[in-house]
Design a protein around this ligand. Structure first.
Ligand code: ADP
Ligand code: MG
Length: 150
């Protein structure tokens, strides 16, 4: 599924629809260059889960946990990870195989430990379409959920 946005608000709104429809145990992986809108999208997902505290990028902590929403929300940003060991140290499998929602920015950097069942989100710019244009490709969502977020 491909969705195009032309403002940060539209990307946020897409994330929000996804958050509203998210189900326990889902893992969303997020890839795309620096500044493409991964965190904007994540903030939308959090809002859709009824989390109303500020969401910033947990760049120096790898993971930020939010328990105030409809479901536990685990926001990973693995951009600065040096070694996959760091994921072991934080006990990542409790998050990946738990009942909350995991969302992983820069998931391509930890490919070797990702489970098979993922919802993959890729965000890309296309400068020919304008500076704020984003093409957001989502794979791995079932038909019902896909229809709800379109
Ligand atoms: P990342 O987490 O991928 O590094 P951020 O979400 O922190 O990126 O930043 C994205 C930046 O791009 C923000 O400053 C946002 O305002 C801007 N932006 C412009 N157009 C869009 C769009 N269509 N969708 C998302 N963000 C956009
Ligand atoms: Mg970010």
């Amino acid at each position: 599924m491909v969705i195009e946005t032309r403002t940060p608000e539209e990307t946020f709104a897409l994330g929000e629809r996804i958050g509203r429809n998210a189900r326990p145990g889902q893992i969303y992986t997020l890839v795309g260059d620096l500044g493409v809108g991964k965190t904007v999208f994540t903030q939308g997902v959090a809002a859709g889960l009824d989390i109303h505290e500020p969401i910033s990028s947990p760049t120096f902590t790898i993971i930020q946990e939010y328990e105030s929403g409809r479901l536990p929300f685990y926001h990973f940003d693995v951009y600065r990870i040096g070694d996959i060991e760091e994921m072991e140290e934080i006990g990542y499998d409790d998050y990946f195989f738990g009942e909350g929602i995991c969302l992983i920015e820069w998931a391509n950097l930890i490919e070797e430990i990702l489970p098979e069942n993922l919802i993959k989100v890729r965000i890309e710019k296309d400068l020919q379409q304008g500076f704020d244009y984003r093409r957001i490709t989502i794979e791995g969502m079932d038909g019902e959920e896909g229809a709800d977020i379109k």
